[in-house]
Design a protein. Structure first.
Length: 226
């Protein structure tokens, strides 16, 4: 699939995975189907649609294990079976995160002369302290009875959409994440994030219950259960 020169790849949020030089074929991953990208050139869209679009579900446990095995074989390294099992069972669906964990474990072994124990994994690699996004989404979800998957998904149900807007708002105003960073967390374009923030501002001015919810969530985030 030959792509036009000067294509705005960054707006597509895809990664070049592999180039098969023998057949001049490229394989890409995209965050959604090419038809659902509204702001790309028609010629680029047609080139993408000219290929074979295949939905790839999040990798299961065996797939994650196979991925780590491939990484280790490529680097001619091994991991203790219990450590390998812990890595693949704790890993999220994003294989880039899992690859980063593997790299950190191997680097640790090279520097320390031994592999990290489970406590060190939690403290230095898995990270005991959750990210602001993880914390905000969890607290908002608890208050509004919305699961994290629902908030990160495409549901437009009223309570889910409100929870999503509140989480975006708090991440932007209280934790100072950029619109683009928030968009990456929620798998949305930064202009969509901006639209959600403006909608919440209107809701705050019209409905005191929204402001009450915001203040309650802020108290919980600050560790005040009162």
């Amino acid at each position: 699939m030959k792509l036009p020169a000067g294509a705005a790849f960054s707006s597509l949020k895809f990664s070049l995975l592999e180039e098969s030089r023998a057949q001049s074929q490229w394989i890409f991953t995209l965050s959604r189907h090419p038809r659902k990208f509204s702001k790309i050139r028609d010629d680029l869209r047609s080139r993408l649609l000219g290929g074979l679009a295949v939905h790839l579900p999040a990798p299961d446990l065996e797939s994650r294990k196979g991925f780590v095995t491939f990484l280790l074989e490529r680097r001619r390294r091994t991991l203790p079976p219990d450590l390998l099992h812990l890595l693949v069972t704790r890993a999220p669906g994003d294989l880039r995160v899992l690859e980063g964990w593997v790299n950190q474990v191997l680097a640790y072994e090279e520097l320390q002369g031994r592999f990290p124990d489970p406590a060190t994994l939690e403290r230095e690699i898995f990270l005991e302290e959750p990210s602001p996004a993880h914390t905000v989404i969890a607290v908002v979800g608890e208050v509004l009875a919305v699961s994290p998957d629902g908030m990160l998904g495409r549901s437009r149900r009223r309570n889910v959409a409100l929870a999503r807007r509140i989480a975006m708002f708090l991440l932007h105003t209280d934790f100072h994440l950029s619109l683009r960073e928030i968009g990456q967390i929620f798998h949305r374009h930064h202009t969509t994030v901006l639209s959600n923030l403006r909608t919440l501002e209107r809701e705050r001015s019209r409905d005191s219950r929204v402001e009450t919810l915001l203040q309650k969530i802020r108290r919980l985030l600050a560790g005040d259960d009162a």
